[in-house]
Design a protein around this ligand. Structure first.
Ligand code: ARG
Ligand code: ZN
Length: 532
């Protein structure tokens, strides 16, 4: 389930590199020059052989090594056991995929860990390691359009990614009692072989075995277990909706858990590490309440359950892991819970195809924080926007958020100026068109991918306005915008978004209109430090 076009130029460029860095064994680089008899249909043509090689990157110009070309994963089945005492992970990943073109070789992303063997449709395949690439040579050529399953048996001590360009620590992070697994942007490869890029989504099954007494958490719902035998407990989790790799988790440790439903009847699950025991009921209640509220604003909740998890490892940020946002070692305030749950629509259901469009996730989730503040009768979105616009020295003015930079991906501009872009849009097109736009966006691209251009096109279509200049100003230009623009200044104040969200009648939220007088508070939205 991917939407990245086959990266032909890239596959050719990187081939050379790979041949040079190939380091061991039954050299695949040799195979590339002289295909082994029987393994490859004789073509006698170097160009067609190159086409039969899956590229080591999926084609994101900002993250050229991430993901892989040549196939599309539909399902991951991860059967893994982890022992915190010796930090040992062992198991099997079965990856079901469809070949996008003939394949005599393809890559998976996997960093560290030892690969014991690879089977393709049950038959042993040659493989080799090259940095974070696992290069696999199927026993026979896989034809374009063919479905095949790769089973990788592996083990070792997972190492998280640290300190790469302001990203902090991420991936499989060992903790005192287990692991905190939060993988954005490309940390899935630290614990399972994958096509580790958001442009390839798949469904997931997890069979996680941990020492008795510990709880293993993953995405989706518990479909089996926990079953304990010989001192080990196994949990079966299933995420039945497509998911990008960075949202997959196998967080484990000592957890108190609470299971139930939201007021609207959606399954809800919360878990807290012992240090945050007192938060279990609050996280459960707020996650349910906020999920229900967003489903009245953004449209039906896209997945089969919601929830939240607080672990005690201090990452300093939270991650919107599909169905189970995870908070790294701090008590989440309502604002961050609202943020991570809004990502279930913006980022998790509607996903980006390339990292530079990250504002489509973070700008939208930040704008959701403003909507939540307004809903709670605190500052309105308009007040937060105005407050941020008045910060003349803010670093957001020198970082246009429409192109998130690989060396500073989670810059506050992607969050705050991204949210300001949405508010400017709301001012321009009015509440009715704006909220219809959000709902149409999540409906049209549910479980798929979209780009900034898609968003601009939809906004223009639904509003009937040319919005090029507005998006250019807010997303792509350096400098603090002159705002409102002349045309907007001429409009009466009454046309502007006020203290209330005006939604089309059928979607009015279930709690009824607020009656409390909004009480502006002076504190600005939570500091960036809590996220990155
Ligand atoms: N997407 C997360 C959030 O909502 C931030 C993830 C940060 N990741 C990292 N490696 N620092 O806000
Ligand atoms: Zn976010």
């Amino acid at each position: 389930m991917r939407s990245w076009p086959a990266a032909t130029t890239m596959s050719i460029t990187v081939l050379g590199l790979l041949a040079c860095s190939a380091s061991n064994g039954a050299s695949l680089s040799q195979g590339q020059r002289t295909p082994a008899a029987g393994a490859v249909r004789p073509t006698g043509d170097a160009a067609s052989l190159k086409e039969a090689v899956g590229a080591p990157g999926i084609g994101d110009p900002d993250f050229p090594a991430d993901g892989n070309g040549g196939y599309d994963v539909s399902h991951y089945s991860l059967k893994l056991s982890y022992t915190p005492a010796n930090k040992h992970l062992a198991g099997v990943a079965a990856i079901s995929a469809t070949a996008l073109h003939d394949l005599v070789r393809f890559n998976l992303d996997l960093s560290g860990l030892h690969v014991d063997g690879v089977l393709i449709d049950g038959e042993p395949a040659e493989f080799q390691r090259s940095g974070s690439e696992l290069v696999v040579k199927p026993p026979r050529r896989i034809g374009k359009g063919e479905k095949f399953t790769t089973r990788v048996t592996y083990s070792g001590t997972p190492k998280p990614v640290r300190d790469s360009s302001n990203l902090g620590i991420y991936g499989f992070v060992p903790t005192s009692d287990g692991a905190f697994v939060v993988c954005e942007p490309n940390g899935a490869k630290t614990w399972f072989p994958s096509n580790d890029h958001p442009s390839d989504k798949a469904t997931f099954d997890f069979e996680l075995t941990v020492p008795e007494g510990l709880t293993a958490l993953a995405n989706g719902e518990l479909v089996g277990g926990p079953v304990t035998a010989e001192g080990k407990t196994t949990f079966l989790w299933r995420e039945r909706h497509p998911m990008v790799t960075y949202l997959a988790t196998m967080t484990l440790g000592e957890f108190a858990t609470r299971t139930g439903t939201t007021d609207r009847g959606l399954p809800n699950f919360a878990a807290t590490a012992p240090r945050f025991d007192g938060q279990l009921d609050r996280v459960f209640r707020l996650s349910g309440e906020i999920t229900d509220y967003w489903s009245t604003i953004f449209g039906p909740y896209p997945f089969s359950s919601t929830g939240g998890v607080i672990d005690d490892f201090h990452t300093g940020y939270a991650l919107e892991n599909q169905t189970k946002p995870m908070y790294g070692g701090f008590i989440p305030d309502e604002s961050i819970i609202a943020h991570e749950l809004a990502h279930q629509w913006f980022g998790n259901s509607v996903s980006i195809k390339r990292w530079k469009d990250l504002w489509l996730n973070e700008g939208f989730a930040t704008y959701a924080e403003w909507l939540w503040s307004e809903h709670r009768g605190l500052l309105t979105a308009e007040q937060i926007f105005t407050g941020r616009l008045s910060m003349v020295d803010s670093p957001v003015w020198s970082y246009p958020p429409g192109r998130a930079k690989p060396d500073d991906l989670f810059h506050e501009s992607v969050y705050n100026r991204g949210a300001m872009a949405l508010h400017a849009l709301r001012q321009r097109i009015g509440d009715a068109a704006f909220f219809t736009l959000l709902r149409t966006w999540v409906r049209d691209h549910a479980y798929g991918h979209a780009t900034t251009d898609d968003f601009v096109a939809l906004a223009e279509r639904l509003s009937g306005k040319n919005l090029d200049r507005l998006f250019d100003t807010w997303l792509f230009k350096q400098g603090r915008p002159r705002w409102p623009e002349r045309g907007d200044a001429a409009r009466s104040r009454a046309d502007r978004p006020g203290a209330r969200i005006t939604l089309p009648a059928p979607h009015a939220h279930p709690h009824g209109p607020r009656t409390a007088v909004p009480q502006p508070v002076s504190s600005p939205p939570r500091p960036e430090a809590s996220r990155t």
